[in-house]
Design a protein around this ligand. Structure first.
Ligand code: TPP
Length: 348
């Protein structure tokens, strides 16, 4: 390895597993609650899809809960988030209510995008949730543009851009990282390596199996982190966000997790064998975190059961809200196509 390669390699840090030391019980239980909330929301979404309440495409965060919660907990409310279409959990963890997200999945007027976006296009300007994007990699150039705008105005906000492993094989990924580095933009690229891009194994679709190493090509800092450990993900995010905010440098995180089910709710998932899925599920981030919390005496079995019941109730309420919300009236079909002259967009 050349000296230059060694220098780059040193910049690549593998984040260590987060410990429970110095963490408040309240914070840890909050993370646990959030992960269970995302799990139940997604399971209910799958059920509602089969009941034909949800139309179009629908992709779930099942198995990826620690990446979702850790990502969001590393950010400030003033930061901006861009994601791909697998984004229900991110929207909820950024503070969009579960009822508003469920109503959006139902295409209802009280949905966070007024029923116009659906599952893949959740949006909330106030919470700086800039979307769900259905085109693979479509969110990257937009996120880079937002980061450029923040830097141009001298702002302190950070842009966090989530994507899947398959996305790193496309042109937008490379162009976006290159521009982010050239302009020293306050952006964090966050790859959820759930090990599949539809039916294609991540390491069969990418010449480089360890995706964080792709950042070396742009002399960008990067880290690979255990995506089943919510604290490790949060810590990696916090560090990358600090670098973006204080040092005005982009970075990249690869969080390694496992997609529990098919690519979308209609994918029968025939390309994986049972043994592999079983092994993946043994690394369930929620079960692992529950075990850590109980071993540390922060919660007991009854406490865990109470969280399940409370979340179950929250999700039932979300469905009820979505059922009762009206569909947008037909005459509003052409509303919101163009931003009005007095649009607040861009003022943030
Ligand atoms: C430009 C483009 N090409 C192909 C597709 C079809 N497609 C939808 S999701 C997907 C796989 C993306 O995988 P990955 O980036 O790993 O994200 P994940 O679904 O695992 O979250 C593909 C190829 C698309 N939506 N957009």
């Amino acid at each position: 390895m050349s000296t230059e390669q060694q220098k780059r390699q040193q910049r690549v840090k593998t984040a260590g597993a987060g410990t429970l030391e110095h963490e408040s019980r309240e914070t840890l239980l909050h993370y646990y609650h959030q992960m269970v909330l995302v799990r139940h929301f997604e399971e209910k979404s799958a059920e509602m899809y089969t009941r034909a309440r949800i139309g179009g495409y629908c992709h779930l965060n099942l198995g990826e809960e620690a990446t979702v919660v850790g990502f969001c907990e590393g950010l400030e409310p003033t930061d901006y988030v861009y994601t791909n279409y697998r984004e229900h959990g991110y929207a909820i963890c950024r503070g969009i209510s579960a009822p508003a997200v469920m109503a959006e999945l139902f295409g209802k007027l009280d949905g966070c995008a007024r029923g116009r976006g659906g599952s893949m296009h959740l949006f909330d300007l106030e919470r700086r949730f800039m979307g769900g994007y259905a085109i693979v990699g479509g969110q990257l150039p937009l996120a880079v543009g937002a980061a450029f705008a923040v830097a141009y105005k001298g702002g302190k906000e950070v842009i966090a851009c989530q994507m899947g492993d398959g996305t790193t094989n496309g042109g937008q990924f490379h162009e976006s990282l290159n521009l982010a580095k050239i302009y020293h933009l306050p952006i964090v690229f966050f790859i959820v390596n759930n090990q599949y891009g539809m039916s294609l194994k991540a390491d069969q679709g990418s010449a480089v199996g360890e995706l964080y190493r792709k950042a070396c090509a742009y002399d960008m800092r990067s880290a690979r982190v255990d995506g089943n450990d919510v604290l490790a993900v949060r810590d990696a995010m916090r560090e990358a966000v600090r670098v973006a905010r204080d040092e005005r440098e982009p970075s990249l995180i690869e969080a390694v997790s496992y997609r529990f089910k098919g690519h979308s709710v209609v994918d029968p998932d025939r390309y994986r064998n049972e043994e592999e899925v079983k092994q993946g599920r043994e690394q369930d981030p929620i079960a692992l975190f529950a075990r850590r919390l109980t071993e540390a005496g922060m919660i007991d079995e009854q406490g865990l059961q109470r969280v399940e019941e409370q979340v179950s109730h929250e999700i039932d309420e979300a469905v009820k809200f979505a059922e009762e919300s009206p569909f947008p009236p037909l005459e509003s079909l052409y509303d919101y196509i163009y931003a009005p002259d007095n649009s607040e967009v861009g003022e943030g």
